[in-house]
Design a protein around this ligand. Structure first.
Ligand SMILES: Cc1cc2nc3c(=O)[nH]c(=O)nc-3n(C[C@H](O)[C@H](O)[C@H](O)COP(=O)(O)OP(=O)(O)OC[C@H]3O[C@@H](n4cnc5c(N)ncnc54)[C@H](O)[C@@H]3O)c2cc1C
Length: 481
């Protein structure tokens, strides 16, 4: 088997394979020089999770630190997982999968893999492909084109490629963006910069919380075993996230008020909270960015950072000219403007000689695609920690592999039943439900979903936990051979 990617999802998949299918041989192919995925690519100042690690960590490996963790702490945790499960020998770094071609006659995938160090091309044969490639292109971030960027005399930096030598001490920095990355960078840079200005086209919802978990601290003080503490706090965290998600659907205005009023006292008197921190969309239609210990607001309060809500008209030699006519002078501009969605890690898929256009496929449980045999795909939650879904998918794939063994099948492929013919199809994610920019830009390239199980991608952990656990492999939606 081949697992593509050694980020949180790929490492989790490999652990499940090791423990649930100990005799199955597999290899993890990773394009980067080391493990961690997101947490290796993003090494900008202050980089951290905005999910708690009781749910962003794995179910099987207790988290022992503060709930929100730095990128470095997450990598250290993943490093321990690799060592504890003896995965070092199973991961090949600098191996980028370029294409995958399935042969029903041979019952295998033929992968063309490029060694990123030597440029050499290898062919790898796999009985099953487990795609843990994440959702965006690591090699390149998304930066809109603004007029005059080339004549700007300062430095333009994307957070995905943070230069190690970037000295921002006493510099004027402009951060373009309003999401979690911008909210993380602004206070981190403001500690040493002359001043940091965050420029956003439109506001984001923020939730300021202390980076402590009282329940975890109490259990730890009582010497409760780490495994128990992890599980108990994990359940509590899931229940809290469920409650917030429910509130966003049932009483969105109440949640809006809770979020906006929650940050008002953290800002200077008379601060225009409505303009800068009250988005036009419903809470949770885009990710709510968590601000540990309210550090973004402290930087604004202390005058080290400021926020501007306006459109960028153009870049000048000295900085940025806004639509309002205001000029922001800058030595460094950070474009925290998001990602380029990369479906399936830019791997070209071919099935029996025909190129697969996944936008024409229907998803089976958000894990497999109609007409594509022996392939599982990991795409995590938006509102819950990504890893919660990666763990569920791992469990599902391990059961599917067992079911194939029991049936003596070497091939499994989802196919619509007669009863599903003519089923209304919609986008991978309903934009009414969730619509961040990177998804909106690429939704037309994603697989479609139907109006009923198992042809849907659920975005609710508790619903999906039960649905996946009860999945009936003999319901006619999966063809085994
Ligand atoms: C700064 C930042 C903070 C985030 N914080 C959170 C958070 O707090 N909570 C949350 O739930 N989510 C968060 N996310 C989303 C985050 O990406 C995921 O939660 C999680 O880290 C994804 O893990 P992954 O392993 O699925 O994908 P990734 O971390 O993207 O890793 C995928 C790996 O696959 C490799 N790969 C891709 N294509 C190929 C190929 N063709 N061949 C070989 N290798 C390939 C990549 O090089 C990469 O190493 C955050 C994202 C960012 C950018």
């Amino acid at each position: 088997m081949v697992v593509v990617g050694a980020g949180i999802s790929g490492i989790g998949a490999a652990c499940h394979l090791r423990s649930r299918h100990p005799v199955r041989s597999f290899v993890v192919l990773e394009a980067l020089e080391t493990f961690g995925g997101t947490w290796w690519t993003h090494r900008y100042p202050g980089v951290r999770s905005d999910s708690d690690l009781f749910t962003f960590g794995y179910a099987f490996k207790p988290w022992k630190g503060a709930p929100l963790a730095s990128g470095e702490a997450i990598r250290a945790y993943l490093g321990e997982v690799i060592a504890e499960h003896g995965l070092d020998v199973a991961i090949r770094y600098r191996h980028r999968v370029q294409s995958a071609s399935w042969s029903s006659a041979d019952r295998h995938w033929r992968l063309v893999v490029r060694r990123e160090d030597s440029g050499e091309q290898l062919v790898v044969i796999a009985s099953f492909l487990w795609m843990c490639q994440g959702y965006y292109r690591h090699a390149e971030g998304y930066t809109p084109e603004w007029e005059g960027m080339a004549r700007f005399e300062g430095r333009i930096v994307h957070p995905q490629h943070w230069p190690e030598d970037l000295d921002y001490t006493a510099k004027r920095v402009v951060v373009i963006g309003s999401g979690a990355t911008a909210a993380t960078l602004v206070p981190a840079l403001a500690a040493d910069a002359a001043h940091v200005t965050m420029v956003q086209r439109s506001p984001t919802f923020y939730y300021a919380r202390p980076n402590v978990n009282e329940l975890a601290d109490t259990l730890r003080a009582l010497d409760i075993p780490d495994e128990w503490t992890h599980e108990i706090v994990r359940r509590k965290s899931i229940a809290d996230l469920e409650a917030a998600a429910r509130l966003s659907f049932e009483r969105p205005e109440e949640l809006r008020e809770l979020l906006v009023e929650g940050i008002r006292p953290l800002l200077p008197d008379g601060f225009d909270v409505e303009r800068h921190f009250s988005p036009s969309y419903r809470p949770w239609q885009q990710r709510i960015a968590v601000v540990p210990d309210g550090d973004l607001f402290a930087a604004i309060r202390e005058g080290r950072a400021s926020i501007v809500t306006d459109n960028i008209d153009h870049f000048s030699e000295r900085g940025i000219r806004l639509a309002s006519g205001e000029e922001l002078e800058a030595d460094i501009v950070v474009t925290a403007t998001g990602f380029d969605l990369a479906l399936l890690g830019d791997v070209d898929l071919v099935v029996d000689g025909e190129k697969v256009d996944v936008a024409r496929c229907v998803t089976y449980r958000g894990i497999m695609f109609t007409g594509v045999p022996n392939l599982a795909y990991v795409f995590g939650y938006f509102r819950f920690s990504w890893t919660l879904r990666a763990d569920l998918v791992s469990d599902f794939v391990c059961r599917l592999l067992r079911s194939m063994e029991e049936r003596g099948a070497t091939m499994v492929v989802p196919a619509l039943r007669d009863a599903d013919a003519g089923m209304p199809l919609g986008p991978w994610v309903d934009p009414e439900d969730f619509n961040p920019g990177y998804l909106a830009r690429s939704l037309h390239r994603m697989p479609r979903q139907g109006d009923r199980a198992p042809w849907r991608l659920e975005q609710d952990y508790l619903v999906e936990r039960d649905l996946l656990a009860a999945a009936d492999f003999a319901d006619g939606c999966l063809r085994f051979d």
